[in-house]
Ligand binder design. Structure first.
Ligand code: VGL
Ligand code: ZN
Length: 183
């Protein structure tokens, strides 16, 4: 049993520059995340990738009064992964119901069950956006009893202030802020 999992959060085309809901410089972490995936794979970790997988009438979209432009509509190019995932990666689709928002990869998904079934004790979180889906996923992980690490060099936020605040909050919650090359 692997004991460790890497959770790659929402590394999808719409969150990259040129996409529908871009994270500034989100593309800069693509090679870093790919390096983390290779590194964790080599040491036998479970590789998990979450994806925002919205129906086209999702409640978070502006046309329904939500905060965001339409993004990551399931089965469209904007929802595709931009990182290289191994064939046996566990793909977790979230926020798939029209009337429910879910920032955390644990919310409304099988993620907790899958991690527990695989004997995972430690999780390492990377991806976008730091102050939304990365934050929510990492906070849920630590709350659920996983030793949780945030890979500082492999995340990007929508704004610098938002990212700073989220990092502080995660640290206060007991999440260890580390770099991918030092773990
Ligand atoms: C996200 C806003 C809306 C994220 C998803 O992946 O952080 N942010 N949907
Ligand atoms: Zn979304």
């Amino acid at each position: 049993m692997p004991e460790e999992a890497l959770i790659v959060v929402d590394m999808q085309r719409d969150f990259m520059p040129g996409g529908a809901l871009p994270v500034p410089e989100g593309d800069r972490i693509i090679p870093i995340v790919n390096g983390c995936i290779r590194k964790f794979r080599e040491r036998g970790a479970l590789i998990v990738a979450t994806r925002d997988w919205h129906p086209e009438n999702h409640v978070s979209f502006k046309e329904r009064g939500g905060p965001w432009p339409a993004h990551c509509v399931r089965n469209t190019p904007g929802a595709e992964f931009v990182v290289e995932l191994p064939a046996d990666a566990v793909i977790i689709s979230k926020a798939t119901e029209p009337d429910k928002e879910a920032y955390s990869g644990f919310e409304g998904t099988e993620l907790e069950k899958i991690l527990k079934e695989n004997g995972i004790k430690r999780v390492y979180v990377c991806g976008v956006a730091t102050e939304y889906c990365v934050r929510a996923t990492a906070l849920d992980a630590v709350r659920l009893g996983f030793e949780t690490f945030l890979l500082r060099d492999a995340v990007r936020g929508i704004t610098p202030e938002g990212e700073r605040r989220a990092l502080k909050e995660m640290e206060s919650a007991g999440i260890k802020i580390v770099r991918c090359d030092s773990v």
